[in-house]
Ligand binder design. Structure first.
Ligand code: AMP
Ligand code: MG
Length: 411
């Protein structure tokens, strides 16, 4: 345990660091067509096979000129046309201009394009309303965006919607990517019922898998969903065995809080080495992490908000490392004026659910609702966490607080 531990609680930072230290990236790679590569992590640097743009071309609809000609005469006869995909390839006589459209290659010798709005068509040719033109005006030079052989994406980049058109523009059809981490999940608890079945007395619906599964997919994992497992030694043991044979990581929810920890502990002790941690985070204090014989293991608390928060805050960085996603960044934090007061004593970092907005140019944050760790409604209404630091006490309305807008995993 590190320097910031209070009363046997492990700080979030130390927990994440311990988990990261225990994980090495999956180094198995494959080639995928770019159509299916969204969300995968690049296994190698991608270099541009070509200059982009591949030739000097016009940024405007207008006229290609030689500035020397224009300095001598403000009206130039038309010598021809250059369209996108149909270059001007004839002789270009001196003291003439060429009609050119956006994206068309500029004719050899052209050192500026004049936009058509600054011209008039006359009987003698094109009359230019301005003759003071900067060199290379309205010309997009070859290689301006990317040079051939330049690294476009370093290995470890996770491909986004914005990256795929760039790959396509370079003519790259396939990319080397790492296999996604495989994560087996299940919910534990005798009280849990699948959605769709009627509830008996004392039962609740298993809602955790409806957050855990899509979050994992958004983190870039493949999910193997093993459903709901009752608090039964034999069934839990069988499921843990199956899960670790199928996956790189096994993630459960429920059964790691006081009272149940010993029970799960017994099973897990025979299957590997697991640390049961009390982490200085609210919600989400009980959390388990370790290694089964064939996979990693994360035991999330059962309370729905606690499960979502611990998966997001503690497990997400570890899965990014496993996926080889070296460019992963923790969600950005910023300062906002709190519209509400928070009761808090130093000791645990508090991840309250908030709604940020801008009022009169100032970032402000409001409460998203009931902050109980079992109440998912405020999580659903929120767009950020209000992160009240471990050492911080109560907050009065009007004070500055740290907010952490949700990253795409929660959308
Ligand atoms: P546990 O960590 O197993 O003690 O559970 C803590 C609380 O979370 C209890 O109120 C459980 O009923 C509830 N809970 C556990 N698992 C789930 C789940 N999958 N979906 C909804 N609530 C859950
Ligand atoms: Mg339970």
């Amino acid at each position: 345990m590190g320097c910031c531990d209070t009363k046997g609680l492990l700080s979030i930072k130390d927990a994440i660091q311990t988990m990261l230290a225990d994980v090495s990236p999956i180094k198995i790679s494959q080639n995928l067509p770019i159509e299916t590569a969204l969300g995968y992590v690049l296994a190698e640097d991608i270099r541009s096979p070509i200059d982009v743009p591949p030739f000097n071309n016009s940024a405007m609809d207008g006229y290609a000129v030689r500035r020397q000609d224009l300095a001598e005469c403000d009206t130039l006869p038309l010598a021809g046309k250059a369209f996108a995909g149909q270059p001007f390839d004839g002789e270009w006589p001196e003291k003439t201009c060429v009609r050119i459209m956006t994206g068309a290659p500029v004719p050899s010798g052209c050192d500026a394009v004049i936009m058509q709005e600054k011209t008039e068509s006359t009987a003698d040719g094109i009359h230019f309303l301005t003759t003071k033109v900067k060199a290379q005006d309205n010309i997009r030079p070859q290689g301006d965006d990317l040079r051939q052989n330049e690294i476009v994406f370093p290995a470890g980049t996770r491909l986004t919607v914005r990256d795929l058109p760039l790959l396509a523009s370079l003519g790259i059809r396939q990319v080397p990517v790492f296999r996604k981490p495989r994560v087996a999940i299940f919910s534990t608890g005798d009280e849990l019922k699948p959605v769709g079945e009627p509830l008996k007395a004392g039962e609740i619906y298993d809602s955790n898998r409806y957050a855990i599964r899509p979050m994992l997919e958004k983190f870039g994992c493949e999910v193997i969903d093993l459903g709901i497992i009752p608090d039964d030694q034999t069934q839990l043991t069988e499921t843990f065995e199956k899960a670790q044979s199928l996956a790189d990581v096994v993630i459960t929810s429920g059964g790691v809080s006081v009272g149940e920890a010993d029970y799960t502990k017994n099973i897990l002790e025979s299957l590997g080495q697991i640390n049961f941690w009390k982490i200085a985070i609210k919600p989400g204090k009980p959390f388990a992490f370790g290694k089964l014989n064939h996979s990693l293991f994360c035991g999330l608390p059962g309370n729905p908000v606690s499960a979502a928060v611990t998966l997001y805050v503690l497990v997400q960085p570890m899965l990014a490392k496993l996926a080889g996603h070296t460019q992963w960044q923790a969600p950005a934090q910023m300062q906002a004026v709190s519209k509400i007061s928070f009761k808090k004593s130093p000791g645990r970092a508090d991840y309250q659910r908030g709604i940020f907005s801008i009022e009169n140019g100032q970032l402000v944050v409001d409460n998203a609702g009931n902050q109980s760790s079992g109440a998912f409604r405020a999580m659903s209404a929120a767009n950020c966490f209000v992160v009240l630091e471990q050492e911080r006490g109560s907050v009065e309305a009007g004070e500055m607080v740290t907010i952490e807008p949700f990253n795409p995993a929660l959308y």
